[in-house]
Ligand binder design. Structure first.
Ligand SMILES: Nc1ncnc2c1ncn2[C@@H]1O[C@H](COP(=O)(O)OP(=O)(O)OP(=O)(O)O)[C@@H](O)[C@H]1O
Length: 284
């Protein structure tokens, strides 16, 4: 769907390049996660791909053709749900949706979309009276309003309660299952684990690693078991390697001879990988 080769970008008036050498491709029909610490250039990359930024270096190809060769028709094809929702706050949700619907050749059934995200009953309320979560859901409706084939999402579940986050995540997966392609940016590693077919970690203006969430976790080294047990009157803790646990004499004698209080296994999480790849804690 996208081939990005040696993408570079420096904001006007900035000394340093935000994007130094970004290389990745997005396959048709996948949910591709772009991850990395705050300020690394994820949104900048999304802005290049959504044609909000020009004057970049390197090449970006969409469906085999250079992105710069696309005109306004490109916006008929893509759906954009960026973090800052931009709605007409003095208008109702319905009026907002009707306005944006008119811009597209192949609009979606917006009543259906509003029903899916739980905003249909509030459609005649002014957006200024909407909560953060309601605005985020309306933002998602807007991203889907033209029945796009390519969807760009930046923190789509931000501000949503767990029930509404589940609805949006299911809609994203459904979109993919029906052949749609998604570029997703989020700091929520659980969302990444659940939604993304492949993930790229950005660090220092470039891609540090790309793989499936499963392979990334397998590459991580940590597979341990921590046992907390009672020895005499005091609680003791020992940690063992999960892979050799069946033949570990100390582990076997602990579970045989002492009262075990807790046993916890720990495998590498995407959050561990994030810290390893980018050198920073999430949201640092
Ligand atoms: N319009 C702008 N002019 C100058 N610098 C900018 C502009 N927009 C962003 N930047 C800078 O570019 C860098 C990358 O910003 P970007 O928004 O792409 O990061 P991000 O990875 O999306 O971060 P976050 O996770 O916080 O959204 C930051 O240092 C930011 O300050």
């Amino acid at each position: 769907m996208f081939q990005i080769h040696n993408l570079t970008y420096r904001y006007p008036n900035e000394q340093e390049e935000t994007l130094r050498e970004v290389n990745f491709h997005i396959q048709e029909g996948e949910i591709f996660g772009l991850l990395g610490p705050s300020g690394v250039g994820k949104s900048t990359t999304q802005k290049v791909l959504t044609k909000l930024i020009k004057g970049y270096g390197g090449t970006v190809k969409y469906k085999g053709k250079d992105l710069s060769s696309y005109g306004k028709d490109y916006f008929q094809d893509i759906g954009v749900g960026f973090e800052m929702p931009v709605h007409f706050s003095k208008l109702t949700a319905e009026e907002n949706v009707s306005f944006f619907k008119k811009l597209y050749k192949n609009p979606a059934d917006t009543d259906e979309l509003l029903k899916r995200v739980g905003l249909y009953d509030d459609r005649n309320k002014k957006v200024s009276s909407f909560s953060k979560g309601m605005k985020a859901r309306l933002n998602f409706v807007r991203a889907m309003i033209n029945q796009p084939t390519m969807l760009f999402l930046d923190e789509p579940t931000n501000g949503l309660d767990p029930v509404n986050a589940r609805i949006i995540k299911n809609m994203i997966k459904e979109f993919r299952d029906q052949g749609g392609t998604v570029l997703l940016t989020t700091h929520l590693m659980n969302d990444v684990d659940e939604l993304c077919d492949r993930v790229a970690f950005m660090a220092n203006g470039a891609i540090a690693e790309i793989d499936t969430p499963k392979n990334l976790k397998l590459k991580g080294s940590e597979r341990t078991v921590t046992v907390e047990y009672l020895k005499g009157d005091s609680a003791q803790t020992n940690t063992f390697n999960l892979d050799r646990i069946g033949s570990d004499e100390t582990f076997l004698s602990i579970i045989k001879d002492y009262t075990v209080l807790t046993i916890h296994s720990k495998e590498t999480t995407l959050e561990d990988i994030f810290i390893e790849m980018t050198g920073v804690k999430i949201d640092e």
